[in-house]
Design a protein around this ligand. Structure first.
Ligand code: HEC
Length: 267
């Protein structure tokens, strides 16, 4: 069985800037086959439903457009994955379903020229079925797992809005949390918790990550939370990982530093 986590990115080392740009066209390219393939299916099955001859030329042309754009999107996706920062189970399954989608699109395009319609229609249906999880997992990677149905969940908000209730909001809620929310919680939240770290609540920040506490009260330079933010941009361990979320500004880092130096209090 193929382990989804071990599919290598297309490039192990730093890709050239142009290749990197190609990788970043992935979110742009991927919409082409998502739009075209259902069109192919509508033409093919619509004609069959209406008992008309299938518009072969249009089906064949669109099937190839879908296949080639799916292949380009998959190639760009593999390059983009090589940029790192996506070390996630979601990514492994996204690769598997995305490559299956591109593969079956190509197969469908090859079969579309044949006069027997059965194999082509089967490949078309399989490609459409692979498209759903591939797209859904891709959305999960960019927007966070459970993005689609999150509004239906009646979970309590992790932190009350600043100034809510009668007690004034803590420095943590008022000043620190908004910084974490802007730069960090895309990956460090209860659903995603990269590095086993949840930065959406006081409890999560206090608990720390897979390597233990990220805060040392009163010791800003010794606190991992701040240290990883101050690493140079191309360091492997810098947070947020290069290009993934806005980096905290110098001013924001100062807020974090002052808060930790003052004892990293949550009340
Ligand atoms: C794009 C996703 C992403 C963003 C945004 C992000 N992180 Fe991370 N973070 C990760 C991943 C992935 C790991 C695990 C790294 C590893 O295991 O090598 C991690 C690990 C960590 C760790 C180490 C936890 C431990 O115990 O080892 C800390 C501390 C951390 N992040 C802090 C932050 C802070 C602070 C921010 C915001 C300024 C941030 N991260 C933003 C993805 C992200």
């Amino acid at each position: 069985m193929l382990d989804p986590l071990t599919i290598p990115p297309l490039l192990a080392t730093d890709p050239s800037p142009w290749l990197q740009v190609f990788g970043r066209t992935h979110p742009l390219l991927l919409h082409t086959p998502i739009g075209l393939l259902p069109g192919v299916a509508m033409l093919e099955f619509g004609a069959a439903l209406l008992r008309r001859p299938s518009p072969r030329g249009a089906v064949l042309a669109l099937a190839w457009c879908s296949a080639l754009s799916a292949a380009a999107a998959a190639a760009a996706g593999l390059v983009l994955a090589g940029e790192g920062g996506y070390a996630d189970e979601l990514l492994g399954w996204h690769k598997i379903t995305g490559l299956s989608f591109a593969g079956t699109c190509l197969l469908a395009a090859l079969l579309a020229a044949r006069s027997g319609r059965g194999p082509f229609r089967l490949a078309l249906v399989v490609a459409l079925l692979a498209m759903v999880p591939a797209g859904h997992l891709g959305a999960g990677i960019t927007h966070g797992e459970g993005f689609l149905l999150a509004p239906l969940q009646t979970k309590a908000k992790p932190v009350p809005p600043a100034g809510a209730g009668t007690t004034p909001a803590s420095v943590f809620a008022r000043e620190v949390l908004p910084i974490l929310e802007r730069s960090c919680t895309k990956c460090h939240n209860p659903e995603k918790h990269k590095g086993d770290l949840d930065l959406t609540t006081a409890a999560g920040v206090q608990k720390g990550g897979e390597n233990g506490a990220v805060l040392v009260a009163g010791d800003a330079p010794g606190s991992k939370l701040l240290r990883v933010c101050r690493l140079p941009e191309d360091d492997d361990e810098v947070m947020p990982p290069k290009g993934k979320s806005p980096r905290p500004s110098a001013q924001e880092l100062e807020v974090l530093e002052r808060w930790i130096a003052a004892g990293a209090k949550f009340d």
